[in-house]
Each structure stands twice: as C-alpha cells, then as structure tokens.
Design a protein around this ligand. Structure first.
Ligand code: GDP
Length: 299
C-alpha cells in the first residue's frame, strides 16, 4: 500500500489541495461545488464523470440534509468507490491448463514493460510463464521483450522482425502446451497510424488463438499511459471498437497528477482497470484495488 501511495503522490497532492480549498468554505454553497468540480477535473476525471459525480453529491447532500462542506467528502469517496466496484478487476484465469493473455495498445505506452512485470509477478507466485513476441514490426520491441524475459527468468518465443505476428503466437501456443505453461502473455504491435492494418492484424491473432483454444484469449488487456490523461480515454474508445478489450493496464501513474482518469475509464467505458504501473522496475506493477486506490487518493 505504501508503494501505491507513493506512486499516486502527484495525483493525491493536486486533488487534495483543491478538495481542501473547497473545505475552506464551511457551509455548503454553490462555490463549494465549483471547487469540488475543479478538484475532480484537476485529477483528470474528465468532464462527463465530474459532472456525474457532482450531480450525485448534490443529490445525496439534499437527501441526507448535509450542511457543512466536510460532510461531502465521505460521500464523494463512496461514489468513487462505487464506480470502481462496478467492474470486476480480477484476472480471468483458467484453473488448470493454459491461460492466454493478449496485450494491446499504442507504441510507447509501456506494453513491453508491463508484460515483463507481469511475467515477474506471476512467476513469483509459482506460475510457469511464457512470452510471445507478437510485435514483429519493431526489432527493438522483440529485443526488449527478450531482455524482460531474461530479467523475469521466463522463455520468450519469437521470430525475426517482419514475420507474421499470428504465426509467432501460434508457435508460442504450441510451445506453451508442450512445456505445460500456465500463462502465456502475447505482445502485439501498436501502430495506430494504420488503423485498418492494426485491426486486421489483431483479428488474425484473435482467430488463431480461438481456433486453438475456443474460450481464449482469456484476457485482452489494453495498456494505456496515464500521463496522457483524457487522450487515454480516446485510445480506449478506439481499442474497444477494434479489439475485445476485457481490462486495462494504466501505466506511469507515478509520473502524473492525472490518476483520476481511472475513474473516468470505468465510468465512461465500463472497462475495469485491472493493473496499475507505478514505476519502471519489475516490482512496479500492482493489481488494481478500488478500496486501496480510494484510500491512497483521499487525505
Ligand atoms: P511499449 O512501446 O508500449 O512497449 O512501451 P515500453 O514498454 O517500451 O515503455 C516505454 C517507456 O515507458 C519505457 O521507458 C518504460 O520504462 C516506461 N514505463 C513503462 N511503464 C512505466 C510505469 O509504470 N512508470 C514509469 N515511470 N515508466 C514506465
């Protein structure tokens, strides 16, 4: 929890500063709501979600006949926790047999790093993990995944740059089966410049996986960079259209005050944030917990 609190320090600081300035006014009045809205927007919860939260707070305040500004804070906190609890954050895993996790997202968001951290996480839990270097477009992506594989002590299945991503993943499934792997993480390319091409590539990968294991992939995780704030929402909307996204990994929370975007993603897209990245090291990835997040966000 201390690591999470640390990672969220920028978001917390910006958010609480403004919440405190709202609390400065003791009685609930229009100004208090304006300042609370300012706090929500400053933490990058987005216009739609901030508006929704404010309407709900006002309604609750009337219902519970609240009179002082500090009484609004537990209400706000509970509303945020409720939004975050609406979508299940646990990973969908197969009890016995192979679990396949596909990672999608635009270049630079932290996809490769996230796969490396996940490999480390599950390996520490005693799982047998394998990685598939499905971003065959960039040589650096393959090399970087190999480095992470070594760091985490797991095997990486790869082919040369430019080869067919679906073929790499097909090979990886065969290898994972023969070596009795528990979880296979598949990297994919993230060239958004060519949306049609990316869509076709992801669909082909998806087909290859389903042909081998009908209920797979068990998770399609979209990796988003928290420092891009509301732009992460735009990317999430797009990937929701072109891939069967089941969860989100929000990276680089440590470097930004825009952590409130987690709430906007849940509220506006109905996709749960399942993991958060709070640094560049292998331990800097945590399963997302709504309660801990709320605890770390509020003063
Ligand atoms: P990819 O292109 O999506 O595969 O992105 P990379 O995995 O190469 O990551 C891009 C950069 O972001 C690298 O310098 C990573 O170290 C950095 N990065 C990834 N996740 C995090 C995170 O949670 N926090 C911080 N501070 N940096 C991160």
């Amino acid at each position: 929890f201390e690591r999470l609190k640390d990672g969220l320090s920028k978001t917390r600081q910006r958010f609480t500063e403004r919440v405190e300035s709202a609390l400065f006014r003791r009685k609930i009045d229009a100004q208090v709501y304006e300042e609370l809205e300012d706090a929500l927007l400053a933490a990058d919860m987005g216009v739609a979600t901030s508006q929704y939260l404010l309407e709900r707070i006002e309604k609750e305040a009337r219902k519970q006949k609240l009179s002082t500004a500090d009484q609004l804070i537990p209400v706000l906190r509970q509303l945020i926790v409720d939004i975050l609890h609406e979508n299940p954050t646990a990973m969908n895993m197969v009890d016995t047999g192979l679990t396949i996790v596909l990672l999608v997202g635009v270049n630079g968001v932290g996809k490769t790093t996230t796969i490396g951290k996940m490999a480390h996480y599950y390996r520490s839990q005693g799982k047998k993990v394998m990685l598939a270097a499905g971003d065959t477009f960039r040589a650096a992506a393959i090399e970087q995944l190999v480095v992470w594989g070594e760091r985490a002590g797991v095997e990486v299945i790869r082919q040369t740059t430019g080869s067919d991503a679906a073929a790499v993943i097909y090979d990886a499934i065969a290898a994972a089966r023969s070596r009795k792997v528990d979880i296979l993480f598949c990297d994919t390319a993230g060239r958004l410049q060519n949306k049609t091409h990316l869509m076709a590539e992801l669909e082909k990968i998806y087909r290859v996986i389903t042909r081998e294991i009908p209920d797979a992939p068990h998770e399609v995780l979209l990796v988003l960079d928290a420092t891009t704030g509301q732009n992460a929402i735009v990317q999430a909307k797009l990937f929701k259209e072109i891939a069967h996204v089941s969860g989100i990994v929000l990276t680089k929370l440590d470097g930004t005050a825009k952590g409130g975007v987690i709430i906007a993603i849940n509220q506006e897209l109905g996709i749960p944030v399942k993991w958060i990245g709070i640094g560049e090291q292998k331990d800097d990835l945590q399963p997302f917990s709504a309660d801990e997040f709320a605890k770390a966000l509020f003063p």
